[in-house]
Design a protein around this ligand. Structure first.
Ligand code: NI
Length: 261
């Protein structure tokens, strides 16, 4: 067929020289319409970790820490996260900020997200509406003084706020999808046991207020990184999943809104 085509083109004097050695590759054996597939014999030659990167979709998870900052425990956690190249999100209590400003600056400089956990850890669900606004505004003001203008997302203490009070909130609100109850267990190994429940896209709740939680968090990072997980901030998790978070909505994960029921 090719020879015939060459002959015809040569006869028309369109391809006088190149016809003797056609350079066009024969691509008929490849499926050019679909996704390129790596032949099995090539995959067999690759290192295991390279192979994993090629065949597995990236897995992202967000660690979140409430109730800090606390000088000793938070600093140790930041050291461990930096060492491991893991980002996290810190929902801080306003009362804890004075004296711990350098920790907030460090969080920002090291790529972590900082959010609002009210000024004095109140139950927003039952608080007067004025108190809800004040609790959030006071912490936001302190955060802006230290970190500059930004949107500080809210994690309501105990995850409780309710439909009525949520209408007062001008930022997205973040619940969680994995809760190892670290504040209650106060035991590294028992907290790390939550590992089997973690799925890509999860938001894990921990507290940088407790030394056992810091130990557990770093052990979780090591174990999940070995499974191919990357640790990102909550904001990044939304961006990766292409979800635009809405103000006044409480999210358990970017793809799951927490209902009030
Ligand atoms: Ni809390």
């Amino acid at each position: 067929m090719k020879k015939l085509l060459c002959a015809c083109l040569a006869a028309l004097a369109l391809l006088p020289a190149s016809c003797a050695q056609p350079v066009e590759p024969d691509i008929s054996a490849y499926d050019t319409a679909g996704t390129a597939e790596i032949p099995v014999e090539i995959l067999g030659e690759l290192e295991e970790d390279v192979l994993e990167d090629l065949v597995e979709a990236p897995k992202y998870v967000a660690l979140t820490f409430d109730d800090g900052p606390r000088a000793d425990t938070t600093a140790r956690l930041l050291d461990g996260l930096l060492e491991r190249g893991a980002a996290a999100t810190f929902f801080v209590i306003g009362e804890q900020i004075p004296g711990n400003e350098p920790l907030l600056l460090r969080m920002k400089a090291e790529g972590h997200q900082i959010g609002n956990h009210t000024y004095s850890h109140v139950r927003l669900l039952k608080a007067e509406k004025d108190a809800v606004v004040e609790e959030i505004h006071k912490t936001e003001t302190l955060l802006k003084e230290v970190l500059g203008d930004s949107s500080f997302w809210l994690r309501p203490p105990y995850g409780l706020i309710g439909a009525e009070r949520s209408k007062l909130i001008r930022t997205p609100m973040i619940y969680w999808s994995v809760d190892p109850e670290d504040w209650k267990l106060l035991n590294k190994d028992k907290v790390v046991a939550v590992l089997g429940a973690v799925q890509p896209g999860d938001i894990i709740l921990l507290h940088d207020f407790y030394s056992t939680s810091v130990d557990a968090a770093l052990a979780l990072v090591d174990a999940l990184q070995a499974e191919g997980y990357d640790f990102v901030t909550v904001e990044e998790l939304f961006r990766i999943q292409e979800v635009e978070p809405q103000a006044g909505v409480l999210y358990a994960r970017p793809d799951r809104v927490r209902t009030w029921g």
